[in-house]
Design a protein around this ligand. Structure first.
Ligand code: NAD
Ligand code: UFG
Length: 336
């Protein structure tokens, strides 16, 4: 299939492009590079050994998107493009609602106009709010604590209503848990701007000596060791989950958790990283981060049952690959 990948230059999108190409699909990327670099496109081509088409366009720009649909025979769309920093979404709610909701509507409208009936959407486990773990797709969604989470819940609702009204439309809503790690080549990975918000990139930067120590947000949660528990999933497993979702897409709305089903605490992740890479990660405990929940992990059985997909890479592979990428970044900086 010829797949339009919005946000394909970003962290999850770039890995998914590799997986799509390896599965025999063709890829057109639309990305405005607001949180990524064009060189990621070259890296995708290098890893997969195949050409792709790249357009630097904003997905909220309906004219630019319609021109793409007019000029290419698109068989399906994977919509990654979006702003994703939870804290920033509280400070800049309008940017988040505008970018994340309008982009979804522009794409859905172009799909309708050009009769493209397959769409896969990047949602998030954040839509479960503070439900009881493990999170199952059939649970009622609870309010999230930030505008970012609301944009995911709203986009899910918009796409669901469109599919209800148009029986030819097929939508897969993929609820990601905590993507970490990097492509095993060390070429693609997560390189956030500024001080990382997320745990794994913070850990790799502490290991590198770029940051002095990890601040663990709270050690009084009702969890195995008092620190927050999450379902970390290797980004290449997540990427392969998209290919499975696309290949198995049938009419209507389908919701899948993409996680491992395994909860790991902050301390467990830190110790796994230290062991996997034989490097120390100094840390201290500080107060809880506002908006955090104690535990978040998936019931991942539906994706296994219906898509034949399960996560294969363990926490050791996640830690090794994240560290390989971080070290390579350092090498690149040093040889610049
Ligand atoms: P990312 O920031 O690395 O990638 C997003 C890409 O979209 C970037 O390349 C950015 O330049 C592009 N983009 C943003 N707005 C755009 C627009 N209007 N037009 C064109 N391009 C635009 O983020 P990621 O981690 O790869 O996340 C991809 C998707 O997955 C996002 O929708 C995110 O909300 C969702 N998600 C991510 C996580 C996570 O922890 N990384 C968890 C759950 C869901
Ligand atoms: N944590 C720390 N110190 C840090 C960073 C994180 O202790 O410097 C802890 C958090 O308190 C949490 C765990 O590490 O217990 C994971 O935190 P992340 O910020 O890496 O991830 P979150 O689970 O908070 O959120 C992520 C994405 C969201 C997405 C959600 C889905 O950032 O966009 O996963 O589960 F919605």
């Amino acid at each position: 299939m010829n797949i339009l990948v919005t946000g394909g230059a970003g962290y999850i999108g770039s890995h998914t492009c590799v997986a799509l190409l390896e599965a025999g699909h063709s890829v057109i990327i639309a990305d405005n590079l607001c949180n990524s670099k064009a060189e990621n496109v070259k890296k995708i081509i290098k890893i997969a050994g195949q050409e792709i088409t790249f357009y630097e366009i904003d997905v909220t720009d309906s004219q630019a998107i319609e021109a793409l649909f007019k000029n290419y025979k698109i068989d399906g769309v994977i919509h990654f493009a979006g702003l994703k920093a939870v804290g920033e979404s509280v400070e800049k709610p309008l940017s988040y609602y505008y970018n994340n909701i309008v982009s979804t509507m522009v794409l859905a409208k172009a799909c309708e106009k050009y009769n493209v009936n397959k769409l896969v959407f990047s949602s998030s486990a954040t839509v479960y709010g503070d439900n009881t773990v493990p999170f199952v797709e059939t649970m009622n969604l609870l309010p999230t604590t930030n505008p970012y989470g609301e944009t995911k819940a709203m986009s899910e609702r918009i796409l669901t209503d469109i599919a209800k009204a148009n029986p030819a439309f097929s939508v897969s809503l993929l609820r990601y848990f905590n993507p970490v790690g990097a492509h095993e080549s060390g070429l693609l990975g997560e390189a956030p701007n500024g001080v990382p918000n997320n745990l794994m990139p913070f850990v790799t930067q502490v290991a590198k000596g770029k940051l002095d120590k990890l601040r663990v947000f709270g050690n009084d949660y009702p969890t195995v060791d008092g620190t927050g528990v999450r379902d970390y999933i290797h980004v290449m497993d997540l990427a392969e989950g998209h290919v499975a979702a696309l290949n198995n897409l049938t009419k209507g709305v389908h919701i899948y958790n993409l996680g491992t089903g395994q909860g790991t605490s902050v301390l467990e992740l830190v110790h796994a990283f230290e062991e996997a890479n034989d490097i120390e990660v100094p840390y201290e405990f500080i107060e809880r981060r506002p908006g955090d929940i104690a535990s978040c992990y998936a019931d991942a059985s539906k994706a296994e049952r219906e898509l034949g997909w399960t996560a294969k890479r363990d926490i050791v592979a996640m830690c090794r690959d994240a560290w390989r990428f971080e070290k390579k970044l350092k090498d690149l900086v040093e040889t610049d």
